[in-house]
Design a protein around this ligand. Sequence first.
Ligand SMILES: [Zn+2]
Length: 343
Amino acid sequence: MLQELHALPAGLPETEARDLASRLGGPTLIHLPGDRRPPLFVSVLLHGNEPVGWNAIRSLLADYRRGASGDVRLPRALSLFIGNVAAAAAGVRHLPEQPDYNRIWPGAESRPTPEHAMMRQVVAEMRQRAPFASVDIHSNTGCNPHYGCVNVLDNRYLHLATLFSRTLVYFIRPHGVQSIAMGRLCPAVTLECGRIGERLGVDHAREYLDACLHLSALPRYPVAAGDLNLFHTVAQVKISESVSFGFPPGRADLLLSPELERFNFRELPRGTALGHVRAPARVWLEARDEQGRDVTDRYFSITQGELRLKRPLIPSMLTRNEAAIRQDCLGYIMERYNNRFPR
Ligand SMILES: [Zn+2]
């Protein structure tokens, strides 16, 4: 299922994300040489509707091309994994018959599929190459700042992430994400480059990758406290399967606040309303902590027909995109974690 190449196919940087499936035939791992080794590992298009990483790589490769041959000469070797090209052709996160390509890396708890085996193969291949660092590039559907995510609180990982943004999220759930699997081999980060389709995200990711390719080492000393806004994801929030939801002026069991996306990365006070509910005494939301425990009642209550916060919290990834809410989740709950990073 995995195709492995040791050179850049001619014309690949000119190829749009939606045309990669016909150009490559499937998920592809490409190893390119560079002045330094070991390689930087970069994954793009784990979600087919997020071409930001591919567009950043295309722009980077075009800049490092030499002469008419089309060869690239990079400051550091690069192993590039181009993920769900079939979903990219359709412009969706994943096809209905496919698993989510960022929930199936080693450590996933989901039912094994051929795609799980493919990600195992990618990790095994990269383990042999002892990568310098790993970067997985995403965008999202809500209104969020650009930020990095790490799954290990180690100074090298924090330096890798703060090179992208001082806003940083630490999480250990959901399982099966790329940065947890690759984080066992090398410093690893997931980049969230703003909203899907924003040019700024592509430019930022491109600059970041260029900086990573020029790094000689990742420091082991602490990141200065002032250079870091660290949050810890404490729960994932889903809307219960049986509940219909929407936004005003629609009609649904749960009508969410049109302001929802503006709450992201903001400290919300207790009592903040996230939406109206139509009937009492039902399970509206499901919040699960990092151990998978149901913590819904800790954070949410229904008061006078409104879904309200029981305690102050900082959400992320809240979105108005109804397909994203159903396919993935409504958002995450975070707490500040600055006092917890290594000294
Ligand atoms: Zn994504």
